[in-house]
Design a protein around this ligand. Structure first.
Ligand SMILES: Nc1nc(=O)c2c([nH]1)NC[C@@H]1CN(c3ccc(C(=O)N[C@@H](CCC(=O)O)C(=O)O)cc3)C=[N+]21
Length: 280
């Protein structure tokens, strides 16, 4: 048996087409949706992702402002920039890219992102509102996982789902979104004892750790649905996920590819949130 590939390309294209229409409508009444992308790292893959956002934004008629604070930016520098962008009437969405400079913590600086512009759900207030059932933007990667499963008609109600990873940007919010879809969610992490035993008793496994090949065939039940959130750059300039794809594809029922899975949906949702923020 070989797993069905759950592509994210078609869903991402459909979301982009929707955004293009809405962005054009807004531009026609004088509101051009605009996203600010802030980064403060010399990390090559972050710079690559920033360019990808800018390129995609341009294609769908969303303005994009790239702010490079440099890898030596202080907490104060980052907060100041996020505060001024929050006050800037022309900017509707703000994303602060990771990784951040040494000693700068996302939860501290993201408080400076106005929550109406917090299109990647980074402000602790957004996460709190989300969990409380109040309107808020979810972190795009977490939302992309649930949207992709829905697009491929993967039922979540009553299903056992194992989330591997507990970050504030993916693991925790995706666990919450899955819970909202009535899944029974187990969150695993680096201290989980016998990870393979836990994940192989799940019908859906979401891998969101950032360690290449962590999830092998031994970690999944025959026929399970596996979502790979990892995007780890390889030395040859490619990209791999948290899932050892070849082995897992031979055992799982379905698997999201890397690239071409969760990634494109993530970027599309970032722009969709920006258009939603602009239409308010
Ligand atoms: N605050 C914050 N939020 C993020 O969401 C965030 C971040 N920081 N830092 C960096 C990572 C990385 N990330 C990716 C998103 C989409 C693709 C993506 O679309 N990848 C294409 C690759 C296409 C190609 O290889 O050319 C694909 O999967 O098909 C990749 C990586 C979001 N991140």
């Amino acid at each position: 048996m070989t797993a069905t590939l759950l592509s994210g390309k078609e869903l991402a294209a459909a979301i982009r087409a929707e955004i293009a229409v809405k962005a054009a409508e807004l531009s026609a009444v004088g509101v051009r949706p605009r996203l600010a992308v802030v980064y403060a790292t010399a990390d090559e893959s972050a710079a690559w992702y920033v360019r990808l956002i800018a390129k995609t934004a341009e294609k769908v008629g969303v303005g994009c402002e790239i702010v490079d604070l440099g890898p030596d930016a202080s907490e104060r520098d980052v907060r100041y920039k996020l505060s001024s962008l929050s006050l800037d009437q022309r900017v509707h969405g703000i994303i602060l890219q990771t990784p951040l400079p040494h000693g700068v913590r996302m939860q501290d600086v993201a408080l400076a992102i106005a929550f109406e512009k917090d299109v990647d759900g980074a402000n602790p207030l957004s996460l709190g509102r989300l969990v409380s059932g109040l309107p808020a933007f979810a972190p795009t990667t977490a939302e992309a996982v649930v949207r992709l499963l829905d697009h491929h008609h993967v039922e979540l109600t009553g299903r056992r789902v194992a989330v591997v990873g507990r970050s504030a940007v993916v693991g925790k919010p995706v666990a919450h979104l899955l819970l909202n879809q009535n899944a029974t969610v187990t969150v695993c992490h680096s201290r989980t004892k016998d990870l393979a035993e836990v994940t192989s008793s799940a019908e859906v496994v979401v891998a969101a750790v950032g360690k290449a090949g962590l999830i092998t065939a031994d970690h999944v039940a025959p026929g399970a649905v596996v979502v790979d959130v990892g995007t780890i750059p390889t030395e040859s300039g490619g990209m791999v996920g948290d899932v050892e794809a070849e082995g897992v594809a031979a055992k799982a029922g379905a698997l999201t590819p890397v690239p071409g899975g969760v990634g494109p949906v993530t970027t599309a949702l970032l722009l969709q949130h920006t258009v939603q923020a602009a239409s308010r």
